[in-house]
Design a protein around this ligand. Structure first.
Ligand code: UDP
Ligand code: MG
Length: 325
C-alpha cells in the first residue's frame, strides 16, 4: 500500500472554548471528505484560562490523530504557532486560527492548488475583510504599506498567518529561533516558491479577538524592528539635516556679527531649535532602545516557550542551542 500524503493543521488556541467544538466538527468532516490525504492536527493551548484545554484533552483522548501541546503560560500567538510547527511532522502543514475566521475546508482546494503550481508556500490572501471593522481594515492597510516600504523582504499585503507550507519550509523555519517573531515576514524571508490563494475571511465564529489594538501595535513593531534597520538610518539622516541647518544658522550669525551692527533676533529660533534637537535626541534614544531591548531579549537565549503537557506526541522542544549549530 502506498502511504498517503500527510497534512497537518497547526492551530493556536487561547481562550477559544466556544469555538473548539465547531472547529473539531468541521475538521472531522474534512478528514472524511478526502481519501488522498491523511489529515491530522496539532492544537497549541497558549495558556488559556477557560476550559479550552479540557476540551482539547477530550478530543485527543478520542482521536489519535489529534495532538495537543499545552504551554506553561500565554506566550502569544506567534510563539504558539511556532510551538505547533516544532511538533509538526507531516508533508504539509496548514497554519490556521481556531476561531474559524479562516475556513478550514479551503485546505483541500489549497492543497490541490499548491500541487498544481508546484510551490512550497501557498499563502491565503484576503479578498475582503468581512469580519473586521473599518478601524482594523484601515490600520491593516496602512501597516502593510509602511512595512513594504521599510523592509527588503517581500511581505504580501492582506495576508495573515493562514497558509499551507510544505515540510521543507517547516524544517527551515525551525532553524530561525528569533524571539520577536513575525512569521508573515519570516516565511518570505526564507525564500522558496510561494503563491497567493484568494479567499474571503469570515467573521469570528464566537468569542472576541485576542488581538486588541495594543497587541496589534506590538506585532507591527516586531515586524518593523525585526525586518528593517531603516528607522536607524533615517534617524541618522535627520540628524545630519539638523546639524546642517545648525551650521547654516551659525554661518548667518557670524556674518551678521562681522558685517552689520544688527543683533541676532533669536529667542524664538533658539527655543524652537532647542526643542527640536532635544526632542529628536530623545526620539532617537528610544529608537535605539527598541533595537537594544530586542538584542537583550535574544542574548538571554531563553527558550521560546515552555511546555507543560503534550498529548499523543512527544515534547520536541527545540532549544536555542540545538538550532544554533
Ligand atoms: N492566540 C493565541 N495566543 C494569543 C492570542 C491569540 O494562541 O496570545 C490565537 C487565538 O486563539 C486564535 C489566533 O491566535 O486562534 C488568532 O487570534 P485572534 O483570532 O484573536 O486574532 P485576529 O483574527 O482577531 O487577528
Ligand atoms: Mg481571528
Amino acid at each position: 500500500m502506498v502511504s498517503k500524503t500527510s497534512l497537518e493543521f497547526v492551530v493556536p488556541v487561547y481562550n477559544e472554548s466556544e469555538c473548539i467544538d465547531e472547529f473539531l466538527r468541521r475538521f472531522l468532516a474534512i478528514r472524511d471528505r478526502t481519501d488522498e490525504l491523511d489529515i491530522s492536527a496539532v492544537f497549541v493551548n497558549d495558556g488559556s484560562r477557560d476550559d479550552s484545554l479540557q476540551k482539547l484533552e477530550g478530543y485527543a483522548r478520542k482521536y489519535p490523530f489529534i495532538r495537543v501541546i499545552s504551554l506553561a503560560r500565554n506566550f502569544g500567538h506567534q510563539i504558539a504557532v511556532t510551538a505547533g510547527l516544532d511538533m509538526a511532522n507531516s508533508d504539509f502543514v496548514c497554519i490556521i486560527d481556531a476561531d474559524l475566521q479562516d475556513p478550514p475546508e479551503l485546505v483541500l482546494e489549497m492543497y490541490a492548488e499548491m500541487r498544481r503550481q508546484n510551490v512550497n508556500v501557498l499563502y491565503a490572501q484576503r479578498r475582503q475583510r468581512q469580519g473586521d471593522g473599518p478601524l482594523k481594515r484601515a490600520s491593516a492597510a496602512a501597516f502593510y504599506r509602511v512595512l513594504r516600504r521599510l523592509t527588503s523582504v517581500d511581505i504580501p499585503a492582506d495576508t495573515g498567518d493562514f497558509r499551507l507550507i510544505d515540510a521543507k519550509v517547516v524544517r527551515a523555519l525551525r532553524t530561525a529561533r528569533e524571539r520577536h517573531r513575525f512569521l508573515r515576514g519570516l516565511i518570505p524571508w526564507l525564500g522558496f516558491k510561494a503563491a497567493p490563494f484568494l479567499y474571503d475571511r469570515d467573521a469570528r465564529f464566537a468569542g472576541v479577538t485576542k488581538y486588541p489594538l495594543r497587541r496589534m501595535l506590538r506585532l507591527a513593531a516586531d515586524a518593523i524592528f525585526a525586518f528593517s534597520n531603516r528607522p536607524l538610518r533615517i534617524s541618522s539622516y535627520v540628524g545630519m539635516g539638523v546639524v546642517g541647518a545648525g551650521l547654516l544658522l551659525l554661518f548667518y550669525v557670524i556674518i551678521l556679527r562681522l558685517f552689520t551692527d544688527q543683533v541676532v533676533p533669536g529667542l524664538t529660533v533658539l527655543l524652537v531649535s532647542m526643542l527640536m534637537v532635544g526632542g529628536f535626541q530623545i526620539l532617537m534614544l528610544g529608537l535605539i532602545g527598541e533595537y537594544l531591548g530586542r538584542v537583550f531579549e535574544e542574548v538571554k537565549r531563553r527558550p521560546l516557550y515552555v511546555v507543560d503537557l503534550v498529548l499523543n506526541g512527544e515534547d520536541v522542544t527545540v532549544s536555542n542551542d540545538d538550532s544554533a549549530r
